[in-house]
Design a binder for this molecule. Structure first.
Ligand SMILES: Nc1nc2c(c(=O)[nH]1)N[C@H]1C(S)=C(S)[C@@H](COP(=O)(O)O)O[C@H]1N2
Ligand SMILES: [Mo]
Length: 349
């Protein structure tokens, strides 16, 4: 496995889960070796020369597509930020269940593939299709279900047909690697990472709502006050992080450039405000990279502290829909979608 441990903070080896070290985010695109990895099961190593993608269910013609056939379809490239819905889970209090991600389960890549819509139209969707179900080739045991099961997810028809929903074979200009879903993965730009199914093996058109484990028992926002109130996770919520300085660091007196990233799945980020006094007052940061539909933006803020001592730095992103980061995110048992404002504590000496 191509891993460079200094660029990734490894949470577990089997399944392999690793988050990006924030200081690695110097450009908009995350180098593939520093891109976070999130796996539920062991990574399958598939041979593209024998691998086939089956498309069936409520379709006029079932398809079995080879890797080369998919490569020959119309090509589309876009940059998209992928964030795990469990990113920042560690900052929930009381602790939530699940992998203890800090702030590094988010990265951005340039993805190349073909729109899923073309393959679905070749198969011919029947009337009444409601969802498209995607199955990965990875398998394993999960709580409360007879195992082993596959990683399976569905998308509402509208999102499956969106021209930016891609069957992807290249990441950052290189052939997709096994850890990121080779030979083909789905990429659903703007959605939390669980929707972007890796090691795609089977696509099924369905006239019913899918109730698989990773659709129904996980990646659900369950209201702690009433567990019958559940909302499936979809779009990435607006959020920002600091890449510099690192939490707990000491800074000299004088001028500093605070730096970070901001993103939102449903709309471009419009502003980032910075507080250097624990949220008392806020001033705008400026962007140092352009707005793109699905990729995060770099921001900077020039700061010259008046006195020595401790400071709490915070950033707050707002998107063009007016969605902004809360002081505290809604606690939920499975610890998803924590987009609360992050505090970075530094000491000026
Ligand atoms: N087949 C399969 N697809 C999967 C997963 C998985 O475990 N199996 N994990 C999902 C989750 S939860 C996330 S956040 C992203 C992570 O993608 P990455 O490892 O390329 O960063 O893949 C998604 N696709
Ligand atoms: Mo995830």
């Amino acid at each position: 496995m191509a891993q460079t441990p200094s660029r990734l903070d490894i949470l577990s080896q089997e399944p392999y889960n690793a988050e990006t070290v924030l200081a690695e985010h110097t450009g908009v695109i995350t180098p593939t070796s520093a891109f976070y990895k999130r796996n539920h099961f062991p990574i399958p190593h598939l041979d593209p020369s024998t691998w086939m993608l089956t498309v069936d269910g409520e379709v006029e013609h079932s398809l079995a597509l080879s890797y080369d056939e998919i490569l020959s379809l119309p090509r589309r490239t876009l940059s998209a930020t992928l964030e795990c819905a469990g990113n920042a889970r560690v900052s929930f209090d009381p602790p939530a269940q699940g992998e203890p991600w800090k702030y590094g389960a988010v990265s951005t890549a340039e993805w190349t593939g073909t729109p899923l819509a073309g393959v679905l139209s070749a198969a011919g969707l029947r009337d009444g299709v409601w969802e498209i179900i995607f199955e990965g080739a990875d398998r394993g045991a999960v709580a409360d279900r007879d195992g082993p099961i596959a990683f399976e997810r569905s998308l509402p028809l509208e999102r499956a047909l969106h021209p930016d929903t891609l069957l992807v074979y290249a990441m950052n200009g290189e052939r997709l690697s096994p850890e990121h879903g080779a030979p083909i993965r789905l990429i659903v730009p703007g959605w939390y990472g669980m929707a972007s199914v890796k090691w795609l093996a089977h696509i099924r058109a369905s006239s019913e709502a899918f109730r698989g484990f990773f659709q129904w028992d996980r990646y659900m926002m369950v209201d702690p006050a009433d567990e019958s109130r559940r909302e499936p996770l979809a779009m990435i919520r607006v959020r920002s992080i600091f890449t510099e300085p690192v939490d707990g660091s000491s800074l000299s007196r004088g001028r500093h450039h605070l730096r970070g990233l901001a993103w939102s799945g449903s709309a471009p980020v419009e502003r980032v405000d910075i507080s250097t006094d624990a949220g008392e007052s806020w001033l705008p940061a400026y962007f140092t990279s352009r707005a793109q539909p699905y990729a995060w933006r770099h921001w900077e803020y020039s700061w010259e502290p008046d006195t020595t001592g401790p400071y709490t730095l915070q950033s707050r992103a707002t998107d063009v829909h007016g969605d902004t980061q809360p002081v505290q995110a809604n606690w939920n048992r499975l610890g998803y979608a924590n987009n609360a404002i992050v505090a970075v504590d530094v000491t000026v000496v």
